[in-house]
Ligand binder design. Structure first.
Ligand SMILES: [Zn+2]
Length: 197
């Protein structure tokens, strides 16, 4: 079965163990937001490619052409291109849980845009809060306005998953806790599976 494609740029210097953590985090955020029996949404999600690139790469013309926003070099940021089913995140090189948590938060932000595209492709909505040059009350694509409103409102959740590491021939399982935008009330939580009344 085709699964979501996660690509790491050669420019990005990340230890293999951290690469595995990024992969787990991405899969947890995406599939933890979709009801597990909703195979059509799972199939749609699996058609997407998530590209993790080094922050310096956002200066390349090919990526500049994809966005109207001014991208900040050095600070993690991303672009979601719905027409290509592509999410591109620019993150710094480096190792360690703190770095992973910071970068995952940016990655989850873009994944939230992606997920809302799966559920609300054409929905329009009025902003509850100001967003850059747009004032509260102005209209935009729901997949953008809702994500940015939730950033403004600090609607976050813990994104938790488990990682196995091998030390001295023994497998050690540790819990990794990261933070991401909470959109599970407007997608489908996979824990919802009611017994008929
Ligand atoms: Zn955004």
């Amino acid at each position: 079965m085709a699964t979501i494609n996660i690509i790491f740029s050669d420019m990005l210097k990340i230890p293999a163990s951290d690469v595995a953590t990024y992969q787990r985090g991405i899969l947890e955020y995406v599939f933890g937001s979709i009801y597990y029996k909703d195979t059509s949404k799972i199939t749609e999600a699996n058609k997407w490619t998530i590209e993790l690139r080094h922050t310096s790469e956002s200066d390349l013309a090919v990526f500049k052409a994809l966005t109207t926003e001014k991208l900040n070099q050095g600070i993690p940021h991303g672009i979601t291109i719905t027409t290509d089913k592509r999410v591109i995140c620019f993150i710094p090189s480096g190792a360690g849980d703190l770095r992973i948590r910071e970068s995952l938060q940016v990655i989850y932000h873009e994944l939230a845009h992606m997920l809302l595209y799966l559920y609300y492709k054409n929905k329009r909505a009025a902003r509850r809060n100001p967003d850059k040059n747009a004032r509260a009350g102005s209209e935009g694509a729901f997949l953008t306005t809702e994500v940015h409103d939730r950033v403004f409102e600090k609607k976050m959740r813990n994104v938790e998953f488990y990682i196995d590491t091998v030390r001295n021939g023994k497998i050690k399982t540790t819990k990794f806790v990261s933070r991401g935008l909470d959109i599970t009330d407007i997608t489908d939580s996979r824990t919802v599976d009611r017994v008929p009344e």
